[in-house]
Design a protein around this ligand. Structure first.
Ligand SMILES: Cc1cc2nc3c(=O)[nH]c(=O)nc-3n(C[C@H](O)[C@H](O)[C@H](O)COP(=O)(O)OP(=O)(O)OC[C@H]3O[C@@H](n4cnc5c(N)ncnc54)[C@H](O)[C@@H]3O)c2cc1C
Length: 379
């Protein structure tokens, strides 16, 4: 990837890596072992300015590019995918949705607060019975004078247990199908809004995913984001951007797994020589390296297309799908090449292996990405 970045992008990448190594990396093992959302990381990332990477300066951001967002996602994920997931929504899908579809009042209220780390933001589409089939959500919003009344449940919402504001997708009229879905901003403490179970996940132990409940939860008409009935457009536009970020998560993880494995196979000796001297091992390392490079190229292409204002939906889906599957493969090979030690908590590859599985599921499963890509081939 380095060869294809501009001087300014390379310098940004170097700076972010230094920040991650100094401010985040030393805490990763402790935060992961606590198995709760690492709130401390929010302030650190915010203070460095990264949440505002793509936000225009008039809202307190750096006015950067999607490519820089991808670079930052990769660099943070090299330390921890949990932390990259904490970074992803405030820096990307949440602020992007508000900036592109929100009112001036919503932009002024939420964007500076979220990128400064004063507010934690969540993005809530998934429901217990509507995951891949996001258009089938059952949470309802009923108009009552100047207010809307929300009823329903959301599932697996990143940072749901610690969030201060949630962008909730609900249907104002189920008979309208996708044209009934509308987006609402709901703040923590709003009567009728509660947090349910916080999931015990296979990986991403320094992040969190929680159930959210809305029972006769009243929000003002000013809480609607975008036009009534156009919520799915907001969700899908933001998720395209989210896919570039999640590809970055997978790439950062795979790069870290490859580097750990190169070091280990150079040090570990069996049969009187480093295991990295065996051709069978070298071929696995070569395959891992090709996958890391290919994922980087696909993600960079999608980011460059987004920056150029082109339709990048299919490119983002290809990047996310390939990066997720290859990260899972790279992590599996990394554990294999660490032998028994790779299965212990003493080795980071054990965490990479667990985290990689989750990347194949959220922000659209591998199967859904194949469906999106196949559809794009016909259009
Ligand atoms: C750690 C984590 C964080 C998350 N964070 C958020 C969040 O912040 N906000 C949010 O809204 N959601 C979030 N999610 C939810 C996530 O987006 C969903 O889990 C995902 O979309 C899959 O939905 P599901 O779990 O209901 O699986 P299902 O949709 O039930 O899928 C089950 C299986 O069936 C397959 N399948 C389904 N439909 C098809 C089809 N048409 N063709 C072929 N195969 C199919 C799937 O690929 C999968 O293998 C998160 C999930 C996790 C695990």
């Amino acid at each position: 990837m380095e060869n294809l970045l501009t001087e300014a992008e390379l310098s940004f990448k170097k700076d972010v890596r230094e920040f991650v190594n100094k401010e985040l990396m030393p805490h990763v093992e402790e935060w992961e072992s606590r198995k709760e959302y690492a709130k401390e990381s929010v302030k650190k990332i915010a203070d460095y300015g990264l949440f505002g990477i793509m936000v225009p300066p008039e809202y307190g951001g750096l006015g950067g590019t999607v490519t820089e967002y991808l670079i930052a996602s990769i660099e943070i994920a090299r330390a921890s995918v949990s932390l990259a997931s904490i970074f992803g929504s405030p820096a990307g899908i949440f602020t992007d949705a508000i900036l592109n579809f929100g009112t001036e009042e919503q932009k002024k209220k939420y964007v500076p607060a979220v990128i400064s780390g004063d507010m934690i933001a969540c993005f809530a589409v998934t429901e217990p019975a509507a995951g891949s089939d996001a258009a089938n959500i059952a949470t309802t919003a009923t108009r009552d004078g100047d207010e809307w009344i929300l009823n329903g449940a959301k599932a697996f919402i990143t940072a749901g247990d610690v969030g201060d504001v949630v962008l909730v997708f609900a249907t104002v009229d189920k008979s309208l199908g996708t044209r009934g879905i509308t987006a609402f901003l709901v703040e923590k403490g709003t009567p009728g809004f509660t947090v349910g179970k916080v999931e015990e996940l296979l990986g991403l132990h320094a992040s969190s995913a929680a159930e959210l409940f809305f029972r006769d939860c009243r929000v003002p008409a000013s809480a609607v984001v975008g036009e009534e009935g156009k919520g799915l457009r907001i969700a899908f536009a933001s998720l395209d951007l989210g896919r570039i970020h999640v590809a970055g998560q997978a790439i950062g993880l795979a790069e870290a797994a490859l580097e750990a494995t190169l070091t280990y196979t150079a040090d570990r000796e069996q049969f009187g020589r480093p295991i990295g001297n065996f051709q069978g091992v070298q071929w696995m390392l070569a395959d891992m390296s090709v996958m890391v490079d290919a994922a980087n190229l696909l993600a960079l292409r999608a980011a460059r297309m987004a920056d150029a204002g082109k339709d990048y939906g299919a490119a983002a889906a290809k990047a996310k799908l390939y990066a997720a599957e290859s990260a899972a493969d790279v992590a599996r090979k990394a554990v294999q090449l660490h032998g028994g030690y790779g299965c212990t908590r003493d080795m980071p590859v054990e965490r990479y292996y667990r985290d990689a599985k989750l990347i194949e599921i959220y922000e659209g499963t591998n199967e859904i990405h194949r469906a999106v890509i196949a559809r794009s081939l016909r259009s």
